[in-house]
Design a protein. Sequence first.
Lengths: 499, 163
Amino acid sequence: MDYFSQIAYGFSIALTPVNLGYCFIGVFIGTLIGVLPGIGPVGTMSILLPTTFHIPPASAIIMLAGIYYGAMYGGSTTSILVNMPGEAASVVTCLDGYQMARQGRAGPALGIAAFGSFIAGTMSIIGLMLLAPPLSKAALAFGPPEYFSLMVVGMTLVIYLASKSIAKALMMVVLGLILGNVGIDATSGAHRFTFGILELHDGIGLIPMVMGLFGISEVLINVEQSLKREIFTKKVKGLLPTKQDWKDSKGPIARGSILGFLLGILPGGGAFISSFVSYAIEKKISKHPEKFGKGAIEGVAGPESANNSATGGAFIPLLTLGIPSNVVMAVLLGALLIYGVEPGPMMMKDHPDIVWGLIISMYIGNGMLILLNLPLIGIWIQILRIPYRLLFPLIILCCLIGVYSVNSSETEVFIMIIFGGVGYLMKKFEYEAAPMVLAFVLGPMLENALRQSLVISNGSFAIFFTRPISLVGLSLAILLVISPLIPWLSKRRPPIAED
Amino acid sequence: MRPDSVSSIFWLIFGIPVAFISYKLGLGELTRPGPGFLTFWCGVILCGLSVVVFVRGRITGVGGTAKGISQLWIGVKWSKALITVLVLVAYALTFGRVGFLASTVVLLIVLFRAIDPMRWWVAIVVGVLASLISFVVFDMGFQAQLPHAYPETLLFKLKKILF
């Protein structure tokens, strides 16, 4: 199929009434959980994953992806109106968005966040469309050593970008690798860390683990705190930004779109980092940096564009190499594997319905989101009024049903509760869950690639340094590991993506 | 004791058996790595990093934002998190036998009342409605195969009569 035929094929998949419906459900739920503090896209995707087992994989992925980029839109609403980020990537939007709301400019703040998100989201989809096919072809030349190196780079970047301690992030990666290798070893048939528990023979389930770490633990942290919210609901008027607003925002939107897309592609990168880096850049190049933090529209337009653009970029490594660049993509990878679809270079050829259906659905979803987030802003404001004490038992209920319905296993419910407790303690002791989950998903693939490489090279580690792509990857990983010893590099270390 | 010192001791205690069990599983040869090869080295690295974090905390005083482990729970109502976990464990132990509807109604009412108390009637109405709706959507709609007992069977009979 040539390029235009592929796009036309994508439209034929995405525009079917069923897929339009799933796309709408995805972006609607995404906006909803983006608006509601306390549950993020990872937890929601995990909760809804079991309900997608009965629908075609293309429809399921269209819906799950909609949740991801929908949450980026919705997150800004809570940041602007409540000064509480609905999800991690909107943290930085609080700084100027909430100040704009306090000054009676909540409308233009919400408006520019939505328009910026739409423009950036659309640009990143174009980038995804243009870059994915050639990268997919290039990836066909990759062997086990190249895959091993790429996965090492991904995990090293996650460690490097850890917001707290690099040593702790490295520990979490190592823990993720250990947990990822629980179960029967496919090569030797040996039982690894199963302790006679039948449910562990196939390994620890991704869904109970993610729901525990991101759903239950979040609830546990929230219930022990008293959350007081002040909502600027009466001042939301004039959602269309003025000419001056557009003049001030066009640069940040353009820069945020490009930056977000590029950072989204990087393993370990993502929406969270993109929004922070965009804010830092806008503040640095602004003629009035003193206005930042006091209601500068550039401080909303840039980060909101960047975090939406990053969602498109993040699909590139998953669709072309089969390597997830962040936790959300790790969940999507898990979903694809459950549907019997192996992400990687052959995916475009073997499952064009999923790839092109997904890409085109993202165009459509972006359009739906503009309609959902601007004319229907009143609905989301009403939802913001739902008290957390009513919400959290329902979140727990969704987690319980979500986990149980995968395998009808009570053990997996216990595994989720255990990871909920572990996640709670990890937050208390300042360990980050994102590196662990990424390593957990990559663990079995990494072990496979390592073992195959060693078999090919007859036990020589030189294979990783004699093949150009692998050499470049490992050199980058080594540079990142030793970077804390280089003062000027360690000063420039941005924080991690928890998205 | 600083939080990092406590957590590093935990990871050390966790890492040692991981390395030991992996060693027992077999490291294999470099030409053909065994099933314990990767996890053995992961266990060793985890132990090494635990020591690094512990020593760094003791020598430099670096080790999390809190100075003592008890500070992690100051200013929060930690008992609410503990109650939530205990209620969840009780639910997980019983819902397979009691059935989804009865156990979930009780779970929701307990959570609505015990954590941040709502009025009884609100807790009961929302608890019953949420349980019923989630059963109808996930079990009857998406065939999630939630645990069945008498009330669930009754609902299916009702469905047969109505449709």
